[in-house]
Design a protein around this ligand. Structure first.
Ligand SMILES: Cc1cc2nc3c(=O)[nH]c(=O)nc-3n(C[C@H](O)[C@H](O)[C@H](O)COP(=O)(O)O)c2cc1C
Length: 284
C-alpha cells in the first residue's frame, strides 16, 4: 500500500525534475525509480574515506550493465593517491575558473573511466590477427558507449548507498597528459572522470530540472517542430532553478548558443581527435 508520505515525496521529485512544466502522471514508482529520479551532481564533499566495499560494489554494478558483443572494452583507474589527484585536478583546471575542480581534491576517490581496446587489441594481435576493426570509428564509439553505460550504472549504485558523484568531462581537456599520468596503454583513453564521495551536508545539492518529456520522447517518428515548441516551457524552470541556486541569471537557449561557440568551454578538447589518434585509434 502506498502511504501518503511516499506519494508526497514522489510528487516532490517530479516537481524538482520538471519544475512548473507538465509532468507525467503515470510513473510506475518503486524505490529504484525514486532513487534514480533523486539524482543530483554533488560538488561539495567531506574528506571521509568511502565505506569498505564501495568501489567493488560500484564496479560490480558497472560490470552488470549491457556490454557490446561481450567484449569488455572499458577499464577504470581509481585514483586514491592525494598527490596524483591534485595533479589531475591541476591538469584539467580551466585557467579562467579559479575555483574549478576543487571537488576532485575534496573527495577521497576519483574514478577515471577508460574506453579501452588495448586488451582486445593485444589478444587479437597475439592470435595472429591485425585487429583492423579497431582502426574504425565504430570501435572507438563502441568502447566509449560501453564505458558510459558502465559508469552510469556504477553512479546509480553509489547513490543508492548514500554516496554522491559528479562526472568530469574535463578529464578529456588534456587527454595526453592525463593518459601519461596514469600510464595508459595505446588503444585506450580516459573518456571522463567521476568524483565519488560523501556529500557535504552543509551544501545542499539540488535536483536540476529537465525539459518536458515531449522534447526528448517521440513515438514512431521524430517531430522536430513539437520538440522545439515544447522547449519553450523549459526556460522558466531553468531560470527559477538558477535563481534558487543563486546562480547568475541566464537563459537556457543563450547558454546553449554560448557553449556551441565557446572554445573556452572546450578547454583543450578541440585537440581530442589528435590526442586519441596519438593513442592508437585511427577513427577511419
Ligand atoms: C559525461 C559528462 C561530463 C560532465 N562533465 C562535468 C565536468 O567536467 N564538471 C562538472 O562540474 N560537471 C560535469 N558534468 C555534470 C553535469 O554538469 C550535470 O550532470 C548536469 O549539469 C545536470 O545536473 P545534474 O547531474 O545535477 O542533474 C558532466 C556530466 C556528464 C554526463
Amino acid at each position: 500500500m502506498m502511504n501518503k508520505e511516499r506519494i508526497t515525496e514522489q510528487s516532490a521529485l517530479l516537481q524538482q525534475r520538471y519544475g512548473n512544466q507538465r509532468k507525467p502522471d503515470n510513473i510506475i514508482w518503486n524505490s529504484q525509480i525514486e532513487a534514480i529520479l533523486n539524482h543530483r551532481s554533488v560538488r561539495n564533499y567531506l574528506p571521509d574515506e568511502l565505506p569498505d566495499g564501495a568501489i567493488e560494489t560500484m564496479i560490480a554494478a558497472a560490470q552488470s550493465a549491457s556490454v557490446s558483443g561481450n567484449l569488455h572494452q572499458w577499464s577504470v583507474v581509481a585514483v586514491t593517491d592525494k598527490v596524483l589527484k591534485a595533479k589531475l585536478a591541476e591538469i584539467t583546471r580551466l585557467s579562467d575558473e579559479a575555483q574549478g575542480n576543487y571537488y576532485i581534491e575534496q573527495a577521497p576517490v576519483l574514478l577515471l573511466w577508460i574506453a579501452d581496446l588495448s586488451r582486445n587489441n593485444f589478444i587479437s594481435k597475439s592470435e595472429g590477427g591485425k585487429a583492423e576493426i579497431h582502426n574504425y570509428l565504430d570501435s572507438f564509439l563502441m568502447s566509449s558507449i560501453d564505458t558510459a553505460l558502465a559508469a552510469q550504472t556504477a553512479a546509480i549504485a553509489a547513490e543508492s548507498i548514500g554516496l554522491g558523484i559528479v562526472y568530469l568531462g574535463a578529464m578529456r581537456n588534456q587527454a595526453k597528459e592525463i593518459a601519461d599520468a596514469i600510464g595508459l596503454p595505446d588503444y585506450s583513453y580516459v573518456a571522463f572522470g567521476m568524483v565519488v564521495g560523501h556529500p557535504d551536508p552543509n551544501f545542499n545539492s539540488v535536483i536540476r530540472p529537465r525539459p518536458v518529456q515531449e522534447v526528448v520522447l517521440h513515438y514512431n517518428r521524430y517531430d522536430a517542430k513539437r520538440s522545439m515548441k515544447e522547449l519553450e516551457t523549459y526556460e522558466e524552470s531553468f531560470q527559477s532553478f538558477r535563481s534558487e541556486a543563486q546562480m547568475k541569471n541566464k537563459q537556457w537557449s543563450t547558454m546553449v548558443a554560448d557553449v556551441a561557440d565557446s572554445f573556452s568551454y572546450m578547454g583543450g578538447r578541440e585537440q581530442l581527435r589528435c590526442a586519441v589518434e596519438e593513442r592508437g585509434f585511427k577513427l577511419k
